[in-house]
Ligand binder design. Structure first.
Ligand code: CA
Length: 228
């Protein structure tokens, strides 16, 4: 999952970037509203954490502009504790959730997980697909009851496919959502990781849809995945 963090406070930037990276997210940073707006407008993010008090363009304006141009990614706004009117303005502009500063990083991560789940219609904290069981809270995976040891890269890929279960996810989409801009998009890294995931779980768990991409679905269910 790729997250955009728009925050001008240097300490908070550092703290959140590390916490998000430790939790397995790819993080892009913007330190002012204009840059944040530009990135959110041009790059595909799974969610955005948006401070409201920002230089150059305030957070509410950034959010309004995204929503007006049809951007639907979940947005969690950060507000100052005593500015309750900011929350109202934020929600009216299209925010999905908010946190008042100061906050506990754990709460931010929990709210982010909930937003990412809801965005794809998953209501529970843990994901079960056939024998595959994923607990995003601890980045833990079991298959048929046995723990599966994954590298952080392999986990990110599996979690993304699991969040989009039953859909065909293209290689381009995976590259865009799992790596930052420096990633070599022509490499065959994705195929290598898919191969490893199949070896560590079940060869039939992740299907290759020729010419389109990959799909994760309970092999028991059979049938062709929807090409969405
Ligand atoms: Ca600020």
């Amino acid at each position: 999952m790729r997250i955009l963090l728009v925050e001008d406070d240097k300490d908070l930037q550092r703290l959140l970037k590390k916490a998000l990276a430790d939790a397995g997210y790819v993080v892009d940073m913007a330190a002012d509203g204009e840059e944040g707006h530009f990135l959110g407008d041009t790059e595909p993010y799974d969610a955005v954490i948006l401070d409201l008090g920002l230089p150059k363009m305030d957070g509410v304006t950034v959010l309004e502009k995204w929503r007006k141009s049809g951007k639907t990614m979940p947005v969690l706004i950060l507000t100052a504790r005593d500015r309750w009117s900011d929350k109202v303005a934020g929600f009216d502009a299209g925010a999905d959730d908010y946190l008042a500063k100061p906050f506990y990083t754990e709460e931010l991560l929990a709210r982010l997980r909930a937003l990412l789940r809801r965005a794809v219609g998953i209501a529970t904290a843990e994901i079960e697909i056939g024998k595959l069981h994923i607990d995003p809270r601890a980045s833990r995976v079991t298959y048929d009851g046995n723990p599966v040891k994954l590298t952080s890269q392999e986990y990110r890929l599996l979690a993304y496919l699991a969040h989009h279960r039953g859909k065909v996810v293209s290689r381009t989409e995976l590259v865009e959502h799992l790596y930052d801009q420096d990633f070599d998009r022509d490499s065959n890294t994705i195929e290598v990781f898919i191969g490893r995931l199949r070896k560590k779980t079940d060869a039939g768990l992740i299907q290759t849809v020729r010419g389109l991409g990959y799909s994760l679905e309970d092999p028991k269910l059979g049938g062709k995945p929807a090409e969405a």
